[in-house]
Design a protein around this ligand. Sequence first.
Ligand SMILES: Cc1cc2nc3c(=O)[nH]c(=O)nc-3n(C[C@H](O)[C@H](O)[C@H](O)COP(=O)(O)OP(=O)(O)OC[C@H]3O[C@@H](n4cnc5c(N)ncnc54)[C@H](O)[C@@H]3O)c2cc1C
Length: 603
Amino acid sequence: MTEYTAPIEDIKFVMEDLLDIYSHYQKYPDFQDVTPDVVDMVLTECARFCETELAPINQSGDREGCSWRDGNVTTPSGFKEAYQHYIDGGWQGISHPVEYGGQGLPVSVGLIRTEMISTANWSWSMYPGLSVGAMNTLIEHGSEVQKKTYLTKLTQGVWSGTMCLTEAQCGTDLGLIRTRAVPAGDGSYEITGSKIFISAGEHDLTENIIHIVLARLPDAPKGSQGISLFLVPKVLVNEDSSLGDANSVSCGSIEEKMGIKGSSTAVLNFDNAKGFLIGKKNGGLEYMFTYMNTARIGVAIQGVCSSELAYQISLPYAKERLSMRSLSGTKNPDKIADPIIVHPDVRKMLLTQKAISEGGRAMVYYAGKMVDELSQCNDESEKKNINDKFGFFTPILKGFLTELGFESANNGLQVLGGHGYIREWGLEQIVRDVRISTLYEGTTGIQGLDLLGRKILLQGGRSLRDFSKEILRFCGKHSLISGNEHKRRMHKFIWPLSKAVVNWQRYALKIGLKARKDRDMVGSASVDFLMYSGYVTMAYFWAMMAQKANEKIAEKPDNMEFYRAKVRTAEFYFKRILPRTRALAKTMMADPGTLMQMTNEQF
Ligand SMILES: Cc1cc2nc3c(=O)[nH]c(=O)nc-3n(C[C@H](O)[C@H](O)[C@H](O)COP(=O)(O)OP(=O)(O)OC[C@H]3O[C@@H](n4cnc5c(N)ncnc54)[C@H](O)[C@@H]3O)c2cc1C
């Protein structure tokens, strides 16, 4: 059984020291009651649930998987009971509106729940996770009747939701979808088509499943401008939210797949199923974009969670496992060999995992704080600014953190040597489970294009400039503060960070100029640019964490070693991970010719 211990001390460090979260809550009338007591209760109770109920069914869920029979799906043993306890505890609606049965806490508090359930058992967390996507879509774009009829049951977790986008011929290019929606004459629509790869599309955890489906109206324009969004319940719902007849939605099969085996991935067949339009006709793609930003944060967190879990397994192993002697002299004279944690290469793998988990956590919670601000903002122009920043941040988080999460899980496996490759320790499961995160909710390639194309070049680089200014303000502040001691401590972070940020803008500009002559420049540079952006962004968070940790160390707290470890991890990040940007700078600026001149036949 893989064990999980919630990283409460680190979450509190990020929330309290780094993000000063309680001053942030105090700014908003809706969050006046969000006191340290409330957050501590969430931390403690959620940790208990995850450590004692979800983690124990993580490996067994992987072994047992989901099973399909006559259109019904059975989830692995223990999943149903854990789900019931989860909804009994009110966890599903923790950061959803009180008027729909939620607890109305900020999204940043809801993220604590998301991180913990996702680390303890990613497959299980997919069921409530997809539901949150459906709930957010209805809150943003649903009619009052739709909200009234469906949201309370979804928020309570009595029903669950899905997002049905993908079809056999398209996942990335949703303009190619073929599912049809024909007006039924009574205000509803008849939906016909097949959706594949639908997470939580069928299961035995809830009495109803509310599918959010992309489909095309008969007179719709071609391509992505002609897709609309529909709500299609598995079981039809009466006006008073009681259940009616079964709808014509059936689960044709579930996928056999590499990982996340406890999460059912369904083929759903809609056969003149009754559906209801969400928002305006042909507005589907626009609505999907608002949904995707939050959903992508939900996937970005999978990178952090996998990294954290892999680290929690590989660290104690590295302290116990004996192998040879340290090159710099015996460290463990009482034993026949030294533990592998003395070897530099093993330390590098452990520190890489630690840097990714903690750096990634800081980035994700910072994004959560932005969502809080967005939810409380009434000024349209301010809202647009936050939205633009969030939109700019999203592909970096999703693309970069999932790629690094996979690297980190692999490092965890490597620390265990051959034992990492066998089932018993749970590492091979983490590697298999996290691999999907770079694919769904938009592949890394698509995140790269989104960042460089849509969020930077098409917007004249405004969001990049604004975020760079924020980072440079931080750099300026900590390089100018008087007092040699502080400057000395921060110099090693501030100088490389400032340089990388200035270059970040320079490279974006250069790529934009080159792209005027050769449009393939954007596609050939985009993933390297995305990764460059991720490394610089994470460097900013590590520099801020080092600064906060240094401040704390000066106060001589009881948990001094925690803060010293923070500073050392920041030093490791700056010396051994941030320099990857140098290679990326070279490859992203390379002429697209080396990719494009080869003919298809020459491959
Ligand atoms: C386990 C699992 C769960 C899933 N859950 C859901 C779900 O709940 N709901 C749902 O709707 N879908 C779901 N999906 C589908 C998933 O989102 C898609 O598989 C994903 O978006 C990629 O689409 P695709 O598989 O069609 O690949 P394709 O779109 O065919 O892409 C193949 C490759 O080509 C690249 N590519 C494509 N177009 C471009 C381009 N213009 N420029 C550069 N590169 C490009 C891609 O990056 C990728 O590397 C799930 C998939 C899996 C495997």
